[in-house]
Write a protein that binds this ligand. Structure first.
Ligand code: C2E
Ligand code: CA
Ligand code: CA
Length: 574
C-alpha cells in the first residue's frame, strides 16, 4: 500500500510540475528547489533516479544520508546492496560494519508521454525495525524460552528438512525424558528444575557438531535427529546422565533415552518421536538401564496396554479383581507362618491376568492406589472371616505401591480399614519397597514409625534388587526384609551370590530384623538359606500363589505358626 501511495505522490509531482522533470532534470540539477520536489525530498522513503544511460540524476534527502556521492551510476547503486536468497525478491540489505539494514525496493521505469524510456526511479523504504521485531517474534515462536533450543514444532520441521537433505543417510530420532522430574520440582522447587533443564540444553549445545538437529520438545524431554554413524550411546548417555548425577542434589535422577532408527522416511517426525518415546516407556524401573531402542513389539504392547486400560474401567465395578495367597513356610518346621496377598484379574474374556500385565499400566495413570485399597480391603475381610471362624493367629501381607505414599493418606486409610474390620494391626503386614523412600526420606520414615507404633509389621519388599539397599537400610526402620532370590540368581558367580545372601542375613540379624526369602525355587536354595539362618521361605519350591479356598485347604493339613510372634520375639530379644 505504502508503495502505491509513494509512487502516486511522485508521479503526480513529476507529471503536474509546470516544467517536466524528464525534460529539464538533467539541465537543472536544482529541481529540488521546486515545491513539489520539496515534498519528495522530505519523504522518509529514499528516492533515487537515473537517466536512460544509467547516469545519476536525482536523490532525495533520505537517500543522501546513505549515498554520499551523487556521481554513482545505476550499476554502482546496485553494487551497494546485498541480496539474500531467503528474503523476498524486492528486499535489499545494506551492511555497514556490524549494522545491517533492510529495505524494500520498488523499481520503476520512467517514460515520456510518448512512451520512450527516459530513466529509472527507485523508491526504497526501510523496514529494519519491523524486521527485527518479526525476527524476535519468529524466534520466540520457534524456540523454547527457557533453554533457547528449538521447540517441538520447529524441531519437527528442522529434523524433516535435515533428513531430506541427505535421504541416503541412516538417521536416529532420539528422545529423552528425565525420570522423577515432577517430584524433583516439588522437592527442590521450580527454579532448581529449570536449572536442570538448562544444564541439559548446555550439554547438547556443547556436543553440537553442526550435523544434528535438537530441541526441547516437552517439559522434561529433549529430542535429537542425528546420523546413525555419528551417534555413540556411551557418549550421549554419559554426558547427559552424569551431568544430572553430578549436580542433582543427591536425588535419584536419570535421563532415560529412547532411540528410533529411521527405517521409513515417509513417517512423520512426530510419529518417529512417538516411537522413541515408546522405547523410553519400556525402560520401566530398571535403574541400570537408561537407554532403549524401539522395536515393533513395543507398539503391539502399547495397543495391548490401551486395551487393558479400557477394560480396567469396568473391572472395579464388576469386581473382577481377586486375591491369591502365597504361603510363607518355615523350612525347618514346615509350618505355615503367613501368606502374601497377590492380586489377579479375572478377566471375563481373557481369563486370569497376572499383575505384571496391568499393574505398570495402573501405576502410570494413578489407578494403582484404588486397586491397592481394594486389595487391602479384601485382605482385611479375609482376616476378619478367619477370626470369626476362630483363627486369631493368621496374618497376611499386602503390597503397598510407592505411589500410595504420595496419593493416599496412608496412615488414615490403613487405620480405617483395621478399625472397620476390627482386626489387630499386627495381622496386616505391610510390604513396602525402597523406592517409596526416594523422595522425602524423613517424612516416609516418620510414617513408617507411626504405623509400627500402631502395631503394624512393616516389611521391606524386593530387598537386594537395587544397589543402594545396604546404605538406605540404616535409615529405614523395617521389621522384616524380604530378600528376592530372583535377583540373587542373576549374579553369575554362585559364590558371590551366596556371600551376599549370608551378608544380608547377618546384617538383618544385627539390626534385629527377620528375613523372608522369596522366589525360592529349589531345595538347594532352601537348604542354603536355612544353613545361613534364613528359615522363612516363600516360593514355588513350597507353593505358588493360590486361590483363597486352596490356601484354606492347605491350612488344614499344615501347622500354622504365627509370623507376628516371630517378629515380636526378635524385637523383644533386642
Ligand atoms: P512381589 O511383591 O515381589 O511378589 C512376588 C512375586 O513373585 C509374585 O508374582 C509371585 O507369584 C512371584 N513368585 C513367588 N514365588 C516365586 C518363585 O519361586 N519363582 C518365581 N519366578 N516367582 C515367584 P506376581 O503375583 O505375579 O506379582 C508380581 C508383582 O506384582 C509383585 O511382586 C508385586 O510387586 C506386584 N503386585 C502383586 N499384587 C499386588 C497388589 O495388590 N498391589 C501392588 N501394588 N502390587 C502388587
Ligand atoms: Ca510383595
Ligand atoms: Ca517381592
Amino acid at each position: 500500500m505504502i508503495w502505491i501511495v509513494i509512487a502516486v505522490v511522485i508521479i503526480i509531482v513529476v507529471w503536474t510540475a509546470p516544467f517536466s522533470l524528464l525534460k529539464y532534470g538533467r539541465k537543472n540539477r536544482s529541481v529540488t528547489s521546486y515545491y513539489g520536489l520539496m515534498a519528495v525530498d522530505r519523504l522518509d522513503a529514499m528516492i533515487l533516479m537515473f537517466d536512460e544511460n544509467d547516469a545519476f540524476w536525482y536523490m532525495n534527502e533520505s537517500a543522501r544520508k546513505i549515498f554520499h556521492t551523487e556521481m554513482m551510476t545505476r550499476m554502482e547503486f546496485w553494487e551497494t546492496w546485498t541480496r539474500d536468497e531467503e528474503e523476498d525478491e524486492d528486499t535489499l540489505i545494506l551492511c555497514r560494519g556490524n549494522v545491517i539494514r533492510y529495505f524494500k525496493c520498488d523499481e520503476q521505469e520512467l517514460r515520456s508521454k510518448k512512451g520512450r524510456l527516459r530513466g529509472y526511479m527507485y523508491i526504497l523504504h526501510e523496514f529494519t525495525q519491523e524486521r527485527e521485531l518479526q525476527e524476535k517474534y519468529r524466534h520466540s515462536a520457534t524456540h523454547d524460552s527457557l533453554t533457547d533450543l528449538y521447540n517441538r514444532d520447529w524441531f519437527i520441521e528442522k529434523a524433516e528438512e535435515f533428513m531430506k537433505q541427505n535421504p541416503n543417510e541412516v538417521y536416529y530420532i532420539i528422545c529423552s525424558d528425565i525420570k522423577q522430574f515432577k517430584a524433583f520440582n516439588e522437592v527442590f522447587g521450580v527454579e532448581a528444575g529449570d536449572r536442570l533443564l538448562k544444564m541439559i540444553a548446555e550439554e547438547l549445545r556443547r556436543n553440537d557438531d553442526h550435523n544434528r538437529v535438537y530441541g526441547r520438545v516437552g517439559d522434561d524431554s529433549f529430542a535429537m535427529c542425528i546420523p546413525k554413524k555419528n551417534f555413540s550411546d556411551v557418549a550421549y548417555l554419559v554426558k547427559s546422565s552424569s551431568v544430572l548425577r553430578a549436580r542433582s542434589y543427591n536425588f535419584p535422577i536419570a535421563n532415560h533415552i529412547g532411540i528410533y532408527e529411521v527405517t521409513d522416511l515417509n513417517l512423520s517426525v512426530s510419529a518417529m518421536m512417538d516411537r522413541a518415546t515408546l522405547a523410553i516407556a519400556s525402560i520401566k524401573g530398571d535403574i541400570q538401564q537408561e537407554i532403549a531402542r524401539y522395536d515393533d513389539s513395543m507398539r503391539k504392547e502399547l495397543l495391548q496396554e490401551q486395551e487393558i486400560l479400557t477394560d480396567l474401567q469396568t473391572a472395579f465395578n464388576e469386581k473382577e479383581f481377586v486375591i491369591y495367597l502365597q504361603p510363607q513356610i518355615s523350612h525347618e518346621t514346615k509350618a505355615i507362618v503367613g501368606a502374601e496377598t497377590l492380586v489377579r484379574w479375572q478377566h471375563p474374556k481373557k481369563g486370569l491376568i497376572p499383575p505384571y500385565l496391568f499393574i505398570p499400566v495402573m501405576e502410570n495413570n494413578g489407578l494403582i492406589s484404588k486397586l491397592d485399597m481394594y486389595v487391602w480391603e479384601m485382605a482385611c475381610a479375609q482376616i476378619r472371616k478367619w477370626t470369626d471362624e476362630g483363627r486369631n493367629d493368621i496374618s497376611l501381607s499386602v503390597n503397598i505401591s510407592p505411589k500410595d505414599f504420595y496419593y493416599l493418606d496412608l496412615y488414615k486409610v490403613i487405620m480405617d480399614l483395621v478399625t472397620k474390620y476390627d482386626i489387630s494391626p499386627s495381622r496386616l503386614r505391610l510390604e513396602i519397597t525402597e523406592s517409596a523412600f526416594a523422595i522425602d526420606l524423613k517424612k516416609q520414615v516418620e510414617l513408617v514409625e507411626k504405623l509400627q507404633d500402631a502395631g503394624f509389621i512393616v516389611e521391606m519388599d524386593d530387598f537386594g534388587s537395587a544397589y543402594s539397599t545396604l546404605n538406605t537400610l540404616k535409615d529405614i526402620p523395617v521389621d522384616v526384609l524380604k530378600m528376592d532370590m530372583k535377583f540373587m540368581a542373576k549374579a553369575t558367580d554362585a559364590d558371590r551370590s551366596a556371600n551376599i545372601i549370608q551378608m544380608i542375613v547377618g546384617m538383618a540379624d544385627k539390626l534385629r530384623m527377620d528375613v523372608i526369602a522369596e522366589g525360592v525355587e529349589t531345595k538347594e536354595q532352601a537348604d542354603f538359606l536355612g544353613s545361613v539362618g534364613c528359615d522363612i521361605i516363600q516360593g514355588y519350591y513350597y507353593a505358588k500363589p493360590m486361590p483363597v479356598e486352596e490356601f484354606e485347604e492347605m491350612l488344614k493339613t499344615y501347622e500354622y505358626k504365627d509370623m507376628t510372634e516371630l517378629v515380636h520375639h526378635a524385637v523383644k530379644e533386642s
